[in-house]
Design a protein around this ligand. Structure first.
Ligand SMILES: CCCCC/C=C/CC(=O)SCCNC(=O)CCNC(=O)[C@H](O)C(C)(C)COP(=O)(O)OP(=O)(O)OC[C@H]1O[C@@H](n2cnc3c(N)ncnc32)[C@H](O)[C@@H]1OP(=O)(O)O
Length: 392
């Protein structure tokens, strides 16, 4: 790829994208949840032309792939020859999207452009939170080594709070990891937190007439995001390097292994936020720890230590923080040498027993949250957080 990049800068984009490189208005958060309209999509194509900075070849390839997927569906053209480097890189990027639905591709395209636009709006900021050079992700660092693909949440200064863009990028990263030749996929966080859950600013900058549409899109995004974890085909490991809040706790039950630092805590303050459980936790947590313990966490927002979460079965094993990285990666490297297909098939056998139930729970939780997000209780709690009157 290294030799290809210089030329890609000039020759990467399809005509429709290239011809769109001018447009007016900025795309803000309110346009970024799931379910982008054709108008949003066209706006985003135009927005690309306004970018002041070259976003780099990886991002351009991603834009190209999403554009093709959104307009033509899954890649079905013959693979270019090995010496046709540029077209092969483009074909690979498109093909990597597999069967991603057109609507999701369209939304991902809109969100990606929105992220690029807002980061170029704030070009006075010295450094983006993520390493843009790695695989084109802005909010994640994705690496693959020793049969392990690592997806690292990379907004350490915001405690890895999950923005709309981040949900989209995690979905893309999982899609790529499901197809790469690694044996195990690991999700972890950069910095002191695993993740502080949903970024509460996702709910801001919305004009009153957009609120309902925003909530509808948010619910679709949530459903698709959690759905990716339910359906993920390979062994999936969470390396919980520090505290976890909200959705970063609930989805843990959808992982095959959860290794935690003894510094980690597990907190689901849904009621405090006027919200309700997601990540299938309304089903998985009572099943795992019994209804009483689940109620303490999900209804009353009790925060668990790593040892308590381990005792409840939410965490597989706790490691001292000082040796967490070393011990976890040594363990995972050994596991990654096991026969890949056997691991994959065993994981799927276990998951298949309850896949349907998980999807049904996910759909119902997303529907209920869509209503909750419109409630005064929820709005007030978020405003309180943002004005720093109240913190969990
Ligand atoms: C739409 C799609 C799907 C939605 C799915 C729904 C999911 C539900 C949930 O996930 S509910 C959980 C939501 N999360 C929270 O309520 C956590 C809120 N954050 C906190 O309570 C605290 O920030 C903390 C306890 C995580 C850390 O406190 P601490 O004092 O150590 O640090 P700061 O508060 O100063 O944080 C540093 C900066 O990071 C920003 N930040 C942290 N978490 C979030 C967040 N979740 N959303 C938005 N911003 C967050 C914080 O504002 C600070 O930013 P600043 O430096 O600019 O002030």
């Amino acid at each position: 790829m290294a030799g290809v990049t210089g030329r890609l800068v000039r020759g990467w984009c399809p005509r429709a994208v290239r011809s769109s490189l001018q447009v007016p208005a900025q795309l803000h958060m309110s346009k970024t949840a799931m379910g982008a309209s054709q108008k949003d999509f066209e706006s985003a194509m135009n927005q690309v032309k306004l970018l002041e900075k070259d976003p780099g070849n990886e991002v351009k390839l991603k834009l190209y792939a999403l554009y093709k997927q959104a307009t033509e569906g899954p890649c079905s053209t013959p693979k270019p020859g090995v010496f046709d480097l540029i077209n092969k890189a483009k074909w690979d990027a498109w093909n990597a999207l597999g069967n991603l639905p057109k609507e999701t591709a369209r939304q991902n395209y809109v969100d990606l452009v929105s992220g690029l636009s807002s980061s170029s709006d704030s070009s006075s900021q010295v450094k983006p939170e993520a390493d843009r050079e790695q695989a084109g992700y802005e909010t994640l660092v994705m690496t693959s080594e020793d049969g392990i693909t690592k997806i690292m949440l990379n907004r350490p200064t915001k405690m890895n709070a999950l923005t709309t863009q981040m949900y989209q990028e995690i979905m893309l990263a999982l899609e790529a990891a499901s197809k790469d030749d690694s044996t195990i996929t690991v999700l972890t966080g950069n910095g002191s937190y695993f993740s502080s859950g949903n970024d509460l600013t996702n709910f801001t900058h919305i004009s009153p007439d957009e609120i309902e549409e925003k909530a509808r899109r948010g619910a679709i995004l949530l459903r698709d995001f959690v759905g990716c974890f339910i359906d993920f085909p390979k062994p999936l490991v969470a390396a919980v390097n520090g505290p976890a809040v909200g959705i970063s706790v609930t989805i843990l039950r959808l992982f095959d292994l959860v290794y935690a630092s003894d510094r980690a805590t597990f907190h689901t303050p849904f009621s405090h936020l006027g919200q309700t459980p997601e990540g299938c936790s309304s089903y998985t947590f009572p099943k795992l720890m019994g209804p009483g313990k689940a109620a303490e966490m999900l209804i009353f927002g009790k925060k668990l230590t790593a040892a308590e979460a381990c005792a409840q079965g939410l965490v597989t094993e706790v490691f001292p923080d000082s040796t967490f990285q070393k011990e976890v990666w040594t363990r995972l490297k050994a596991y990654s040498k096991l026969p890949r297909n056997a691991l994959r098939i065993s994981k799927q056998m276990i998951r298949n027993h309850e896949k349907e139930k998980l999807h049904a729970t996910n759909a119902e939780e997303s529907r209920i949250l869509q209503e909750r997000w419109l409630s005064d209780e929820c709005m007030n709690a978020i405003m309180n957080f943002l004005s720093r009157k109240a913190k969990m």
